[in-house]
Design a protein around this ligand. Sequence first.
Ligand code: NAP
Length: 494
Amino acid sequence: MSDRRHRFVVIGAGMAGILSAIKLREAGFRAVTVYEKADRLGGTWRENTYPGIACDVPSHLYSYSFAPNPDWSHVFSPGDEILAYLEDVARRHGVTDCIRLGTEVTRLEWRQGRWHVETATGERDEADFVIAATGVLHHPRYPDIEGLGDFEGAAFHSARWDHTVPLEGRRVGVVGTGSSAVQIVGAVVDTVGELRLFQRTPQWILPLDNPPISDEDRARFRADPTALAARRAELARSFADNFANAVVDAASPQMRMIEELCLANLEQNVVDPDLRERLRPDYRAACKRLVVHPNFYEAVQRPNAVLVTERIARVEPAGVRTADGELHELDVLVLATGFQVDRFLRPIQVTGRDGISLDEVWTERPTAYLSISVPGFPNLFMLNGPNGPVGNFSLIDVAELQLAYVLQLIEPVLRGEAAAVCARRDATERLEAARVEAAQKTVWVTGCKSWYLDDRGIPAAWPWSFDRFREVMARPDLGDFELTAAPQVSPAAR
Ligand code: NAP
């Protein structure tokens, strides 16, 4: 019988950390602590509170499979509703008591067969297993623009929205045209006095409507859980067929369909031919992360909106100076400039077997066996780790599958047949080579710059179908793992 007294430390109380706590408790483990550096759970949905925030995975799909929510307000529900959902799920599953808020893990060291954990406040803990649920799009990337610190107005990153700054009637600049910027523009254009969108690269926009879910439908989902489950299954299938499997096959008919929809959106909805050309990308749709928005083009064509395509030269006290010499005077500057996507559980100092640090192993770039396990770092598992399906599927589905995989992987340790488990180096290298080769077929390498691409220009993402991901996650291939022998205990010592 498995020994359920093993101790788990989970890092991060976002979507994946909450999931881990719930599933570990369900599996019978009582010794589970989730460390969360912030004073509230919710991860990305706690941090990103900018106007217009919503998830572009349909809400009935962007929900835990075990906690369907009949009450989503919209097809793509807003961020605060998602945050409330996560808090509610944590509460209803009784895991809030194991979450230590305001406690940042700073060090992890593998010593004498256990993880030694240190926090920013100097607390120490030990664990048999660590699950890093630290997120991907987490550390804001601030642009390297000269003079940014000289700006006399309010300037903040989209993921650090300053709600004390009023926008009504003011001159607001937004840097960036990613998913965050586009949502912000759509949400604030009618509030602000003047909006200047600083575009370095145009984006393709998939114009999906975001209708409210009717009271009748919500009542139906509440009364009939099978209808809700059927809705989720239908969305999962269509998301996989029409998007997830399309982006990994640049030549697929579904990819062509996405391109046609984006092109028609641009052609039909931007009136002024000059503006239309300035908004026209010169790369294929979904090469960069596809931006989904019902009416972005409408927003940029408002009389108070200006699309600025001149390069930003510098920021000055009064605003942004572009390379053509024009000063764009502003009261507020929003930096919707994305995230450092190669951090994962860093800046935590992680020291694995034989004193090797994760920073050393990841000097060139982060890698892991199936995004989950790093050779030399036993009993440490990442959810949504490096090179995973970050841009293909609902990250909730991804984390659920990964966690179920990890729970199988640790069974030999729980049964006392091994002391620790981690991926073999040769298996990790073999898989990585296959991944790099398969990535050549994806739409991400068809001629754009994006956060998907690593320093070599190779997509740091899962390049195969969702069905393949599900298959691979169904059962670990223990031949690809090193199982460290359990210490021999003499009968006398038992
Ligand atoms: P992003 O996609 O990385 O976009 C950053 C934007 O900032 C790009 O347009 C980039 O231009 C621009 N930029 C960066 N540095 C700049 C500089 N120095 N000067 C001028 N422009 C600069 O970031 P994001 O919009 O925050 O989105 C990140 C990811 O989060 C998304 O791809 C998505 O996966 C997720 N997300 C999802 C949703 C949703 O579900 N709806 C919403 C928000 C975010 P270039 O294109 O030229 O590099």
